[in-house]
Every structure is written in C-alpha cells, then in structure tokens.
Design a protein around this ligand. Structure first.
Ligand SMILES: [Zn+2]
Length: 482
C-alpha cells in the first residue's frame, strides 16, 4: 500500500541479523553478567517463549510468536509472490495487486477493513518486494479474531472489477512518478539493478516499468491473484499477547475456511538463474536535479538461501568490518582520516530466494569528488583480500551482531518480519534460530576467502550519480544571446 522495496531485508548489515540462540543460552554463565551482549542475549533468550508452528488442512503455514509484555498482537500474512515471479511484460503486477487487496470483497466493501483497524486503534500496512508480498495489522489483543476474519476474507473474495482496478492503476503510476521518475537517485538504482541482474527478474523494478504498468489489466490482476493468493502459498504469523492454542482455534475458524485453489509450484526452480558474471559494468546518471553526487558499487553474491555453508555469514561480517558504522575501516579512512567522504558504508543484502548482493555507497565531502572515494574503497577491498581482517575486528563484528539480535528480538514486528522474510525466501525457522551460532562460527580465514571470491570487479556494477553542468554553461552559444 504505502511501502515497497526491492527486498524488505535488503538494508544495512546491522539489520540483516536474525534472532534466537538456544546454544548461546546453554553456554552462558548461570548468573550472567548483564554488561556483555552475549550475556544479555542469553538472558533475553531464556525469557522468550518458544515459537510454535503448524499447518492448516488447506496448506496455510502458521507461526506463533508469543510476547505477553503488552496486550497487543501483530498479524502478518506473507504471500510467496514477488515481482521476480512476474510474467514478462507485466512488471509491477505484484505491487499492483498489493494495492488492490485494499479494494474490498463481496462482504466487506472497500475501506471497511481499514476503517475497522483504525476504529479499534490499530495500525496496518503492506509491502511488496522481489520475493514476497505481505500485509499486517497491529491491534489490541481482543481484536485478533476480527482482523483474522477480514484477512482470510480477502484471501479468496477480492472483487477485481474494472471499477476497482483501473483507477488504482493511475495511483501506482503516480507512485512511480513521485518515487522514481522524479528522483535521479532512484532512477540510477533502478539502472544499477537492471545491469547487475543480467538474466533474472531481480533486475526488474518492483514498482514496474512505466510502459508495462500502463497496460496492466483486470485480467492480469485476476491471473496473479488466482495463482498466488491461495492458502498453500502463504504464511500467517501472529506475534504478541496470545497463545499457540488460541491462534490455532481462531485460524481454523477463519483461514481454515479458505479453499486451496492453485498450486504455484517451486518458484526457485521456475525462475532464471544468473550466469557467472564476466564483465564489470558502469552506469552513470547525470541530471541537473542532482545536488549531491554519489557513488555505489554492487556485487553479485550468493544469498542466505543459495550460499554454501558459512559464506553468507562471512559476507555479513565482511560488510560490517568494511562499512558497518563509524568504527568501520572505510569510515575511519575516508570520513575521519582523509576527510573526503560525507558518508560511506557497506551492506550485504542476503535475504533472497535466489542471488544476493553486496554493496558499497559513498558521498563525497565538499569539493572532494568521487574519484578519490572510489580509489579509497578499492584500496580497502584490495587490503582485505590480501591481508584479511584481524581477530579483534572479527570479535567486534560479532559483538555488534549480538547487540542487533537483542534489539531485533525486543520488537514484536521486527521478529515477525524476520521469520516471515525467511519463510518466504526458502528458509526455515531453524535457519533463523541458528543465525547467531553461525555468526559465532565465522573465522578470519572465511572472511578473507569471501572477499577474494566475491569482491571481484567483474561481478559488479559501479554507479555514478552526477550533477549536470549549470544550464547556462551547457547551452549552445546561440541560445545565450541576450
Ligand atoms: Zn504502492
């Protein structure tokens, strides 16, 4: 509805951290010293109620995350349907359907669900990525059955008439105009993604290409809805002040009535895979609307789902050591040391059904320009490939991961999103739960190997966002006469 992103989990490495850690709890001292992140995590883990999961007869997967600190619940429904699943020529349909899910059903006309949520003091939203589309509401605990009823209803009874579909197409076109066409930075990101992914639909923007969006029809919407919005292609996550038994009873009563009506198949197998990249690519966007130049470098890497054991975790640590905040190598070199960058960072966007991406971004300070920034980043990459990282850097990175895990576990919605994203990209609850252990197992050698293997220029796209020369300077002399 109001938010969409290429990947919900694709941000800074600090946010790419998963949760629970049973092993950590077992190895913690009996009276943990609450000043260390490891001890605080063990303490938080000991207090946390366990995750429950079950499957309804129609194939709907249900996950319950009890959290009794406040009388609120979060319901999320995640569909395994994202823009990378779109049929060629219909880009934007996944996100379009997200909007149309707010258009009403046979029994609940447009607006009724949203009004009910706001009347009971709740919040709602939805988001679409390359790999999934999700809807959520946060409401007082006693309203859970109400929102489950509404959500189950729109899983099968959505009204997709021309009256509902066509005006909303203007809304998504306007959304594209505002967020992408009017923003050179977004246009460049779109071009970088299109160059990075040479074969898979990850190179197609979630919002869609304008010329294809303009042609999206009621039939496209119905085809998408009928193929993917079936209970056996969805995960219901309920987090908050509720028990697994309560959720089971309510889920049977609401979602349990929804018919299984399609078999979407194995999405990973149906999608194209990227070839091994052989050529470094450069994308430049020059625009007079640009006031601040910037630099990016994005590499094709394996995701959590496609990586060999240990590789994705090593890339997480690598991103943290190179560009995770004010103590990172790049920040110390380029912002503090040389004073040529206003900001610089790195990330490993690893939550994906297929390929992941590892990136750097930087903004020059004052008149410094982009060239020395790029050289500085290349220098740090070469250094880590040659000499690796230190044991001390590894330990500090692990500590930041532990802190991020504690922070994320403390938030009902962050926790629900972590499980939802994993389950919608070919991962399991056990994968999420074992993340901290897997990070603990990362070695300095594994980080060096990951840098050598994946930070090769031929795997990358470099993006330059540059201001156009002032109009007067650029204009032909004949137009300058007074
Ligand atoms: Zn939207």
């Amino acid at each position: 509805m109001t938010r969409h992103a290429r990947r919900a989990g694709a941000s800074l490495v600090a946010l790419l951290i998963a949760m629970p850690l049973a092993a950590q709890a077992q190895t913690a001292p009996t009276k943990p010293d609450a000043t260390t992140p490891a001890a605080r995590m063990a303490e938080a883990e000991a207090k946390r109620e366990k995750v429950s999961t079950f499957k309804l007869a129609n194939g709907l997967d249900v996950v319950v995350l009890p959290d009794h600190r406040a009388p609120v619940v979060t319901q999320m429904v995640w569909y395994k349907a994202g823009s990378a699943d779109e049929v060629a020529g219909t880009s934007g349909i996944a996100h379009f359907l997200e909007h149309l899910m707010f258009k009403g059903t046979k029994t609940h006309p447009a607006g009724q669900f949203s009004n009910a949520v706001s009347d009971i003091g709740g919040e709602e939203n939805a988001f679409t990525t390359s790999d999934y589309t999700a809807y959520y509401q946060q409401v007082p605990a006693e309203a859970l059955e109400t929102v489950m009823g509404f959500e189950a209803d729109r899983m099968e009874n959505l009204v997709l008439s021309d009256e509902a579909v066509l005006p909303e197409r203007d809304v998504i076109l306007e959304e594209r105009r505002q967020r992408t066409d009017n923003d050179p930075g977004s246009q460049l990101s779109e071009a970088v993604q299109a160059a990075l992914f040479q074969n898979s639909h990850y190179g197609i923007p979630v919002i869609g290409w304008r010329h294809e969006m303009e042609k999206l029809s009621r039939e496209d919407a119905i085809a998408w809805y009928d193929k993917f919005y079936t209970p056996n292609n969805a995960t219901l996550i309920v987090a908050g002040d509720v028990t697994a038994d309560q959720v089971k009873t309510l889920a049977e009563k609401t979602f349990g009535k929804v018919q299984r009506r399609a078999e979407p198949g194995d999405r990973a197998a149906l999608r194209a895979t990227e070839p091994e990249p052989v050529a470094a690519r450069t994308v430049t966007l020059t625009d007079e609307r640009v006031t601040q130049p910037s630099f990016s470098r994005t590499y094709l890497v394996p995701s959590d789902t496609t990586a060999k054991p240990g590789e994705a975790e090593a890339l997480d640590v690598l991103a943290d050591v190179l560009g995770g905040g004010a103590t990172s190598r790049l920040y110390r070199q380029l912002v503090v040391g040389k004073g040529i960058a206003a900001n610089v960072g790195a990330f490993n966007a690893s939550s994906a059904l297929k390929e992941g991406q590892f990136g750097f971004y930087a903004t020059p300070l004052g008149e410094a320009g982009i060239a020395p920034l790029e050289a500085g980043i290349d220098e740090e990459i070469a250094k880590v490939q040659k000499d690796g990282i230190t044991a001390d850097e590894l330990e500090r990175a692990k500590n930041r991961v532990r802190k991020a895990v504690i922070y994320e576990r403390d938030s009902q919605t962050s926790l629900a999103r972590r499980y939802g994203a994993a389950l919608s990209t070919g991962r399991t609850i056990a994968d999420v739960d074992s993340y901290p252990e897997r990070i603990e197992a990362v070695t300095v050698d594994a980080v060096k190997a990951a840098a050598e293997t994946y930070l090769q220029k031929k795997r990358s796209v470099t993006g330059y966002l540059l201001p156009a020369p002032a109009a007067a300077e650029a204009a032909p002399a004949t137009l300058n006469r007074s």
